[in-house]
Each structure stands twice: as structure tokens, then as C-alpha cells.
Design a protein around this ligand. Structure first.
Ligand code: KG4
Ligand code: ZN
Length: 347
């Protein structure tokens, strides 16, 4: 089954062609430089950049797939992210998907961006590697700039949300901390580098949000506020000297919370197979923390196998779409096919 997939949910214009789990081509046109000077993604600028680039990105994905001049004869379905994401950004990809579906007489598979992040660990390169499988039941974690979720999966495309963020997401907390420390957007990778330079030491012991409650919800906004007041009290000179220690301590508070909540979820469900997706799992220190947790409980863990799969991309959308097509989940009426900026992860 060959699928052309599109994701324009945030600040990457992305198109991929996949066959089953294999990626035949994958094109990502990042807008990060456009949004950087504003300190975050500006929806109207994102929309315009998606509109300017979508045709090029789709054409490149088709060309790189080597399906030839009759590529759409080999493509079975069009998949597209319907949400969650920025409404103005989502609509660009959905419009393009609908246009292609009408032109080439294809069905559309609607995909939730979060199931894309879950399936990013299931994506294979063009040669079909890596060959590992999901083993159900499992706990899927999505740790991104806009989400922090723990999801129970008993089979493909079945989701039960056990815990989610109630305010800021983990990546958002890292981005806001980076900004408070004087760095630009996105900030997760900067914090990782600063922390690594002081060997990830936890000097300041920032509060671990929601750690004492039994539920699996995440809240990082209190942590952000405590960093704000901490920095306010700190003399300017000391800030310069201690910036790496502050970054490292903040990162530790975020990651410690994620790991402890994951451990709680493992204990509560008895499930030891974990899948992790989302931009924050690009962080090598966090991967090591997860590996230690899994070793302690003799479980198994899957991360996105290639670096591009941690951030937003359409390959993960195409692979999730493959399983949705097997379940015959298609858009029934193109006229009422609308973006869902708050699309919940439902089965
Ligand atoms: O999944 P993603 O690309 O977009 C969303 O769907 O939200 O995630 C972006 C998030 C940003 O908050 C960014 O700071 C974070 O992922 N991120 C990282 C790293 N690289 C990106 N966080 C920690 N360490 C990294 N190396
Ligand atoms: Zn994402």
C-alpha cells in the first residue's frame, strides 16, 4: 500500500511517500528561521510559508520517491494531518490533500498528529530497517512542544489516554526556560547542550510538579514560574556564571517528572513495553534515563530510529495512515472534511 502523506500542523511543511512502514521519500521544509525572531510560531506567518512551499514539497517528495512520471498511478491513498495543531497551518495541508485526492481520484486517510508521533518509532527506511515490531499492550509516550501524554495501546490504532498535560507541555517548558535564560526558540536542544557541559548536575532542585499525586497528569507551568522567580532573585553577574547549572537543574526537574510518571504508569498497568515519540526525545540524556528505567523493570523501549523522526515529519503520518487504511478509516465527505485544532486522540 503506497501512501502520499502531508503534515502542516505547525512550523514544518512536510510530505512523504511510504509503502507500508517503508519510507520511499520524505521532505521537510522547516520554518524555524521565520519564527525564531518572534520567539515562537506565529500562525499567520506559518500559514503563508506553508502556502508558498506546499507545492514544491509535494513535488519533491514525488520526485524523490522514484515512482516515476506516473507516480499517482502507484499511490493508493492520500493521508493528511487533520489536527491537533494550528488551525491556519492545518488547513493548508488539508486543502492540498483534498485537491490531490480529487484530481487523482484517491481516498483520504485523516490522521491525528499525535498518532503520527506514536508511529514514528515504527517507521522504517527504504530498505525496511529497523525490523522491530510494536508489542501490545504498550504505553506510548508523546513528549513534544505541545503535548505530554501517556497513552495505553492494546492494538494498532487503539488509544486510551492515561495521562496528559494540564498546562504547559514538556517541550514548551524547556522552550520557555531557554527564553528566560536568553536563548531563542526552540530551546530544548540548547538546554540539552548547556546541561551536558555541567554533566547534567542538579544543583538547584527545582520543584517536581504533580509528583506526589497518584494521577498521571503532567503540569509544568508551576516549574516555569519557579524558574522565573529564581532568576529574578539572582544577581545578574551570578546568572552568567551559573547559567549552565540553572539549565541543567531545570531540565532535570522536567525529565525526572516524566520518568517518575512513566514508572507510575508502568506500575499501575503492569505494562513494561514503552514507545516514545515527539521532539523532546531527540534529547540523548532523556533517552538514557528511559533506558535505565526500562532496565530496572526489565521492559522494552522503542525510540524513533532516525533523528528526523523525533520532530514533525510526514513519514510518521504515512505509517500511521497505513494501519488506519487497513481498518478502512477514510474521509467520507470531502465537503465537510474540516481541520480539528484540538483533535483528541481517539480510537
Ligand atoms: O514534536 P515537535 O517537533 O513539535 C510538536 O509537535 O510540538 O517538538 C518540538 C519540541 C520543542 O519544544 C523543542 O524544544 C523540543 O521538541 N526539542 C528538544 C530537543 N530537540 C527538540 N527538547 C529537548 N532536547 C532536545 N534535543
Ligand atoms: Zn509534533
Amino acid at each position: 500500500m503506497v501512501i502520499l502523506s502531508i503534515d502542516t500542523s505547525c512550523d514544518e511543511t512536510a510530505c512523504a511517500i511510504t509503502e507500508g512502514r517503508r519510507v520511499l521519500s520524505n521532505v521537510i521544509y522547516s520554518q524555524v528561521l521565520i519564527h525564531k525572531k518572534w520567539g515562537g510560531v506565529v500562525p499567520s506567518l506559518a500559514k503563508r510559508a506553508h502556502e508558498e512551499r506546499i507545492d514544491f514539497v509535494v513535488e519533491e517528495a514525488v520526485r524523490k520517491s522514484k515512482l516515476g512520471s506516473q507516480a499517482f498511478k502507484h499511490i493508493d491513498y492520500i493521508a493528511v494531518t487533520q489536527g491537533p495543531g494550528l488551525a491556519m497551518a492545518l488547513e493548508v495541508g488539508m486543502k492540498k490533500a483534498t485537491e490531490l485526492a480529487l484530481k487523482y481520484d484517491k481516498k483520504i486517510i485523516p490522521v491525528n498528529h499525535l498518532e503520527g508521533h506514536i508511529y514514528s518509532s515504527h517507521v522504517q527506511n527504504s530498505k525496511g530497517n529497523p525490523k522491530r515490531e510494536f508489542s501490545f499492550p504498550c504505553l506510548a509516550l508523546i513528549i513534544s512542544g505541545s503535548h505530554t501524554d501517556i497513552v495505553l495501546m492494546k492494538d494498532h490504532i487503539t488509544y486510551e489516554i492515561l495521562g496528559e498535560k494540564i498546562d504547559d507541555a514538556a517541550g514548551e517548558a524547556l522552550d520557555k526556560a531557554a527564553r528566560m535564560l536568553g536563548f531563542g526558540y526552540p530551546g530544548g536542544a540548547v538546554i540539552e547542550r548547556l546541561a551536558q557541559e555541567v554533566k547534567n548536575i542538579d544543583t538547584y532542585h527545582f520543584p517536581r510538579p504533580m509528583l506526589h499525586s497518584k494521577n498521571l497528569q503532567f503540569s509544568f507551568s508551576g516549574l516555569k514560574t519557579s524558574l522565573f522567580y529564581f532568576l529574578k532573585k539572582m544577581p545578574e553577574k551570578e546568572k552568567v556564571d551559573k547559567i549552565k547549572l540553572v539549565a541543567s537543574s531545570f531540565q532535570e526537574a522536567v525529565f525526572d517528572t516524566i520518568i517518575k510518571k512513566t514508572e507510575d504508569a508502568m506500575k499501575q498497568t503492569g505494562i513494561k513495553n514503552i514507545i516514545v515519540g515527539g521532539g523532546v526525545i531527540a534529547n540523548k540524556y532523556l533517552r538514557n534515563k528511559f533506558r535505565r528505567l526500562i532496565k530496572k523493570h526489565k521492559g522494552s523501549i522503542l525510540f524513533p530510529p532516525y533523528p528526523y523522526l523525533t520532530g514533525d515529519n510526514a513519514a510518521m503520518i504515512g505509517v500511521a495512515a497505513h494501519y488506519k487504511a487497513e481498518k478502512r478509516i477514510f474521509v467520507e465527505n470531502f465537503d465537510t472534511f474540516d481541520r480539528l485544532p484540538r483533535f483528541p486522540l481517539t480510537t
